[in-house]
Write a protein that binds this ligand. Structure first.
Ligand code: SF4
Length: 478
């Protein structure tokens, strides 16, 4: 996937004018948020359940190195091959090499954000191996060469007419239809054919259990199960923070994950694999390779403020509650991770210099934090991103603020810390603003509308000022 985080503002502007994006964003996240809230009521104490999940994630991240060692030991004992990859290139090279050794002509992929992150499809295609996304939404997004629009519904903004056209163009079906059921059926038939004689299947990992060496996948379509049971060789790729101490804690996280993601008590499929197929088992791969990918996360782990971001369980609840995501949608974030979770994570992995519009695009309303079952305090991390970028922090590639912005902030700080200067400034601002009043609203300032005034207007500044009002009030009270 081409990384376009630096184009955030341009894509967001386009998306604001996109009618399909508008229709979906006005509806889908709102419904998902309401479903999440409703299904949490099935817990005797919803807040306690969320807190338990947060505590489990915080403890697991605190013990990450030990848990990963234990997971490796147990997974190897169960017959899996565990490989560590420092970055995307290493992870992709391992999978490509394996596929080539098998003589594979195609690989099927279960929905996984981490392979979006590593750009695995492109790496396979570069050596002539076709990679098929098998999640319906991911499949549509892949055919259209687009990033996921939403973590739960990667193509939910794509109209059926567009799906019909791309299915006809790519030979997924022969006869045109816009019936969603028929479209789903055509995709299923097309992909089922790819599962036959499948040499290699690739999946992500929702949770990895250290005590047993088990990998857990949560899904609704059954395609991940197919990717795990059809091929001779299965590769499951996980980022290192996915590990949890034991099954009991994994089940507590599992109780929160579908509730937060899709408003379900439990997803349609939950598969757990401990090693490859055993002699007495009918299905399953002969070889199971588990790749543990770092890709910058050790650096995040080593940083006390940033470490908390690793607690994320990729439920997507923060997207649904975010007023910014609800306006600009998933494409604007320009990479695998969107919404508040993307605003937190992408700058750590790609650098503060290449992602500055992501972490500045936040109102700090804290809604994401309040619903997060991982216990991520997004606003705190976003403020840290801003401060570190301004300070040109070298570890995460802070680039500093433009000189003109620095000068404006300095002037503001100077005025804000001196009441007399502040009052003079406010008087000047009021006069300038109120002179531009048209029909009861200020629609532009200083001629050319830009920035704020390009898309919004303001009520005029009232009289008396708050300071004048409070003085009067105090006088009156005496
Ligand atoms: S940051 Fe929290 S709410 Fe957002 S996806 Fe991760 S766990 Fe879910």
């Amino acid at each position: 996937m081409k990384i376009r985080t630096h184009e955030y503002m341009d894509i967001a502007r386009e998306q604001l004018k996109e009618p399909n994006a508008r229709a979906v964003l006005d509806f889908f996240p709102v419904i998902l948020s309401a479903m999440r809230d409703a299904v949490y009521q099935s817990f005797e104490d919803p807040q306690a359940a969320i807190q338990a999940c947060r505590d489990i994630r915080a403890n697991a991240v605190a013990r990450l190195p030990k848990l990963l060692e234990q997971f490796e030991e147990q997974a190897v004992k169960a017959g899996a091959k565990v490989v560590w990859a420092a970055d995307s290139a290493q992870a992709n090279a391992y999978i490509v090499d394996l596929a080539q050794k098998l003589g594979a002509r195609h690989a099927a992929k279960g929905k996984s954000m981490v392979t979006e992150e590593t750009g695995l499809n492109q790496a396979l295609e570069d050596v002539g191996i076709a990679a098929y996304e098998t999640d319906l939404g991911e499949f549509i997004a892949q055919l259209l060469k687009r990033p996921p629009f939403h973590i739960v519904g990667p193509a939910l903004n794509v109209p059926t007419a567009e799906i019909r056209d791309v299915f006809l163009e790519k030979g997924v079906m022969d006869a045109p239809t816009e019936d969603p059921v028929e479209l789903g059926r055509a995709a299923r038939k097309y992909l089922r054919d790819r599962f036959h004689f499948l040499d290699i299947g690739v999946t992500g990992v929702n949770m990895a259990v250290a005590e047993t060496g088990t990998i857990i996948n949560v899904e609704n379509e059954g395609n991940i199960r197919m990717c795990k049971s059809s091929p001779k060789v299965q590769v499951s790729i996980m980022t290192l923070e996915k590990v949890l101490p034991n099954m009991e804690e994994a089940m507590m996280v599992l109780r929160n994950l579908p509730r937060s993601a899709t408003g379900q008590l439990i997803s349609a499929y939950v598969s757990m694999d401990t090693g490859p197929k055993k002699a007495e088992e009918a299905d399953g791969p002969e070889e199971l390779h588990i790749i543990i990918l770092d890709n910058g996360r050790s650096k995040v782990y080593a940083d006390p403020t940033y470490r908390q971001a690793l607690q994320c369980i990729r439920c997507g609840a923060c997207l649904n509650f975010c007023p910014i995501y609800r306006k600009v949608g998933g494409y604007s974030y320009g990479w695998a991770y969107s919404g508040p979770m993307g605003q937190v994570l992408s700058p750590m992995l790609l650098g503060l210099d290449k992602t500055k519009d992501l972490y500045h695009s936040c109102t700090l309303c804290k809604h994401c934090q309040s619903v997060c079952p991982g216990g991520v305090e997004h606003p705190k991390i976003l403020l840290t991103h801003r401060a570190r970028n301004r300070e040109k922090e070298p570890q995460f590639h802070g680039a500093g603020a433009p000189a003109s912005l620095e000068a404006r902030y300095r002037a503001f700080a100077l005025a804000a810390s001196r009441p007399k200067v502040w009052n003079v400034m406010i008087r000047g601002a009021r006069t300038a603003l109120n002179q531009k009043k048209q029909g009861g609203m200020v629609k532009e300032l200083f001629g050319k509308p830009e920035g704020w005034f390009a898309s919004r207007d303001l009520p005029p500044m009232g009289r008396p000022t708050f300071n004048q009002w409070i003085k009067e009030y105090k006088k009156h009270k005496k």
